[in-house]
Write a protein of this length. Sequence first.
Length: 187
Amino acid sequence: MKSYTNLYILLGMVTLVHFVHLYFIQDEEILVLGCWVVFVYFAFLLGRFSITAMFEERRIKYAEDILSSYTFQKSLVKGLISYYHLQISTISEVKGLFYFSKAEITRILGQRRDSFKSIIGLQIEQKLSILADKEGAVAAQVQESIHSTVSENVLTLFKSKDSIIKGLKATIFTESMSTFEVIISDK
């Protein structure tokens, strides 16, 4: 229906131009100018809807592209934020594991150290006990040997009939008695 209307308008214009040319315009250049003006008018009249539709189509396409780009950026930012939070939580979990591992290793090493100390202490105590027993046995042997040697020498000295030894016996007896008196008086 619209195309018929445009066709009638076009035919009317051509008739009008022809009429104007026959009666008013005698120059072809003015006729070409008039045709050009009529052509531009009809091109604008008929083409404005298609150009407007084309611009509207492009506008809608650009709007959709911008909206999809914005939506993509928004989802990308949300994804990056969630990845960041995941990364932070992973780092904190790893730190927690390191602290837990460090605490456990410290605890285990402390237990091992304490166990090692007690084992070393027990072993040193056993060795010292063995050494003390051996030292006691050696001291007892030395004391027994000294006792028997001194006893034999004193007995030999007291059994002797020599006059020098008799004076020595009296001196020893006097010193021994004074020592016993000192010991008794101290108690």
